[in-house]
Design a protein around this ligand. Structure first.
Ligand code: AMP
Length: 352
């Protein structure tokens, strides 16, 4: 066990790093944020910080020497550099490598027994056109790397749109994936310990707008509930096969044929924010428990459910009205400018 008083390194200083730091502090740990920006919103609540490039092996190595265990709060990081953290890095580099390449990720999910929408790897416009012939339209092109919140994606709804979509994603190696006519979207948030123990929360149903999560609701609706058992089995299989330590999130489409994995995030996730007030142990505390090898906390609901709404862009300007709502749990991330599409905070309503 890594005892309270130790220092946890967190690579990435966004809101996930911030909420991990708060959970770590509650258990008596200090955190050290590693981020290239001059200011990151996790700095406000962390004891130490390093400002350096993610690619700098030397700086990562020094950071590794100054912490007792290290973790990451987003997956678009250079795996090669993070290898310098060796055994201290939890989850390990493998979880990162699989999650950051959509083609590898899909192959891996299928190997673990998860089902995915029909897809092909594409490297040229010719490949895209061939895939249109093989799979049905609509298709969505997604860059293999560095896509998030719907970025690096373009839809093809008619054969004539292929070239424009290929250009829109920057003519980069990508996957072409069949559009899923889903009933709903949901996720499985799982925490795994080094010895294979794991903990699962109730699955939230997730609503997106323009590729960005807007709302997560627990419990999920009747169209999702019958699919959760198979989805959990897939998530456990993925976490096991990765040898993952900490929280892992698997996003699903609830299709008429059952749960289809959309993508995995090797970390705490926006669709798990409701657990801060809505579950006995939050995803953030559980991640800290797992990487420090403390016992798992219970994941039961504290009430009958919860609804989490993101505050995106200037929605955060509604804060005076939000903080005046009795019982509403308001989280403001303390980021700078409220750019459109930027996650600025969230609110959770717990149903008692
Ligand atoms: P992603 O970045 O892959 O999570 O995609 C963001 C959102 O776009 C998803 O949560 C869905 O709402 C939508 N989306 C992505 N891929 C598909 C698909 N194959 N079929 C239908 N909707 C999709």
């Amino acid at each position: 066990m890594i005892p309270p008083g130790s220092t946890i390194g967190i690579v990435g200083g966004g809101q996930l790093g911030r909420m991990l730091s708060v959970a770590a502090a509650q258990l008596g740990y200090k955190t050290h944020i590693y981020d290239p920006h001059e200011y990151s919103c996790a700095d406000d609540v962390a004891a130490y910080r390093t400002r350096a490039a993610f690619e700098s092996v030397e700086a990562i190595q020094r950071f590794g020497e100054s912490v007792d265990v290290a973790t990451y709060e987003f997956e678009n990081l250079p795996a090669e550099a993070l290898k310098a953290l060796g055994e201290k890095l939890r989850p390990g580099v493998r979880s990162l490598e699989i999650a950051q390449d959509r083609a590898q990720e899909k192959e891996f999910i299928e190997k673990c027994g998860g089902r995915v929408a029909p897809w092909r790897a594409v490297a040229t416009l010719g490949d895209v056109e061939e895939t249109i012939a093989q799979l049905r339209i609509p298709l969505v092109l997604k860059t293999r790397r560095y896509g998030y919140d719907g970025k690096g994606q373009a839809w093809i709804r008619s054969a004539g749109e292929a070239e424009a979509a290929w250009r829109a994603i920057g003519e980069e190696p990508a996957i072409a994936e069949a559009g899923v006519d889903f009933l709903a979207e949901f996720s499985v948030v799982i925490a795994r310990w080094a010895d294979g123990r794991h903990a699962l929360w109730d699955s939230p149903e997730n609503e997106h707008g323009e590729g960005i999560l807007r709302r997560s609701t627990v419990p999920c609706s009747d169209s999702v509930t019958p699919l959760v058992a198979e989805a959990r089995k897939a998530a456990i299989g993925i976490a096991e096969a990765l040898g993952h330590i900490g929280v892992l999130t698997v996003e699903f489409f609830a299709s008429r044929d059952g749960p289809l994995v959309n993508e995995i995030a090797p970390r705490v996730h926006n669709s798990g924010h409701w657990t801060i007030e809505g579950a006995v142990t939050s995803q953030f505390e559980q991640h800290i428990r797992a990487i420090c090898d403390l016992p798992p906390g219970p994941t039961d609901l504290v009430g009958s459910g919860a609804v989490m709404d993101n505050l995106i862009g200037d929605e955060v300007d509604r804060w005076p009205e939000l903080v005046a709502e009795p019982g509403l749990h308001v989280h403001i991330y303390g980021k700078g400018a409220a750019r459109p599409g930027r996650k600025m905070g969230h609110v959770t309503r717990v149903k008692l």
